[in-house]
Design a protein around this ligand. Structure first.
Ligand code: ZN
Length: 61
């Protein structure tokens, strides 16, 4: 299984999405993206909860 996340699920007007094999990698990718693109240098607890809910699991093809 691979974990996938779409930035628009956070309520951002953004087409960015990402995938990772585990939650730690995924969170790292997301925090880098929101820092660089959305000017959010660190994820709040609230944001992390939203991300947790938004993350979907997909089968690796
Ligand atoms: Zn974004």
């Amino acid at each position: 299984m691979v974990k996938s996340f779409k930035c628009s699920d956070l309520g951002m007007k953004c087409e960015w999405s990402t995938k990772a094999l585990n939650m730690i990698d995924l969170m790292n990718k997301i925090s880098r993206h929101v820092d660089q693109i959305h000017d959010i240098p660190s994820l709040s607890i609230d944001m992390k909860k939203k991300i947790d809910k938004a993350v979907k699991e997909e089968l690796i093809k």
